[in-house]
Design a binder for this molecule. Structure first.
Ligand SMILES: C[S@@+](CC[C@H](N)C(=O)[O-])C[C@H]1O[C@@H](n2cnc3c(N)ncnc32)[C@H](O)[C@@H]1O
Length: 263
């Protein structure tokens, strides 16, 4: 009987290949098979050996070419062939990535599986834009929410809890629902002029950013005609966003100098 292989659920990060972890790069370079999502860049896939089987199971919004059950079954089948399988997912496998569902299926089938974390889109896009997700005096926490519900059910989020301008809110998969989301947040008391940064294709050469307000981001993002993934960072930390390079560092240095003077 063939020795059972193993599956690594690997986070590929938000797009820039330099944001892969060393562990992810090593595992991709040694894989027998790479089962990958749509958002994983060609440069990252190129790290796999030429002999490795590459299986795209990409999901486009509202279009699921390979249903999740089939992906789970495919991972089990490849491991049963004795292969070392890298299941490569955009960002982090456990942040809106269905990595936990794949882990459950592999555990049920008795296939050894390891999770390799990746830089999630919120962290990658925020860092690339020079916007901290928390900042003393501006945001004491950060929340990641999805703007898309299973089977296109209406979004059922805790709007009253989310409408807290002391906390940064990051919306994944929200391009189609940003108008409804911002409308509910304003209805629950979030300031209409709260700054919002929309990031499209963050950390890649195609990155585009839009600085807007809570009450106009939906219209302006629509006009921008983004193509590819979009993330919305909502909150007072976005006031630190500056297109002028170095402006954030100057502001942070000024804050540090003030803190030192207060101490
Ligand atoms: C299915 S979720 C997967 C998230 C992924 N597991 C992560 O941790 O980043 C896909 C959503 O992530 C966000 N996203 C992923 N990569 C992005 C990027 N490079 N730029 C902007 N948003 C991105 C978008 O909101 C997109 O709709």
């Amino acid at each position: 009987m063939k020795r059972l292989g193993r599956v690594f659920l690997v986070g590929a990060g938000p797009g820039d290949p330099d944001l892969l972890t060393l562990r992810a790069a090593r595992l991709i370079g040694a894989a027998d098979a790479v089962v990958h999502d749509r958002l994983v860049s060609p440069e990252i896939l190129a790290l796999a050996p030429a002999t490795a089987r590459r299986v795209p199971v990409g999901k486009a919004p509202k279009c699921h070419p390979v249903p999740q059950d089939e992906i789970n079954a495919l991972l089990v089948a490849l491991a049963t062939e004795g292969l070392t399988v890298v299941r490569l997912k955009g960002g982090d496998p456990f942040i809106f990535g269905r990595g936990s569902e794949e882990l459950e299926a592999l555990r049920e089938a008795g296939v050894p599986c390891e999770i390799v974390p990746g830089i999630t889109a919120a962290q990658g896009c925020a860092a690339a834009a020079g916007v901290p997700l928390t900042h003393r005096g501006l945001a004491s926490g950060v929340r990641y929410v999805t703007g898309h519900c299973r089977a296109d059910l209406p979004l059922d989020l805790d709007w009253a809890g989310l409408a807290d301008s002391d906390t940064t809110l990051v919306v994944y998969m929200g391009a189609a629902s940003i108008e409804a989301i911002t409308g509910r947040l304003i209805a629950h008391g979030m300031p209409r002029d709260l700054p919002v940064l929309a990031v499209n294709n963050g950390t890649t050469r195609r990155e585009r950013r839009l600085l807007a307000r809570l009450d106009d981001v939906a219209g302006r993002a629509g006009e921008a005609g983004f193509s590819g993934p979009v993330l919305f960072i909502i909150g007072r930390v976005v006031s630190l966003y500056a297109q002028r390079p170095g402006a954030l560092l100057e502001r942070l240095a000024a804050d540090l100098a003030m803190e030192a003077a207060d101490a």
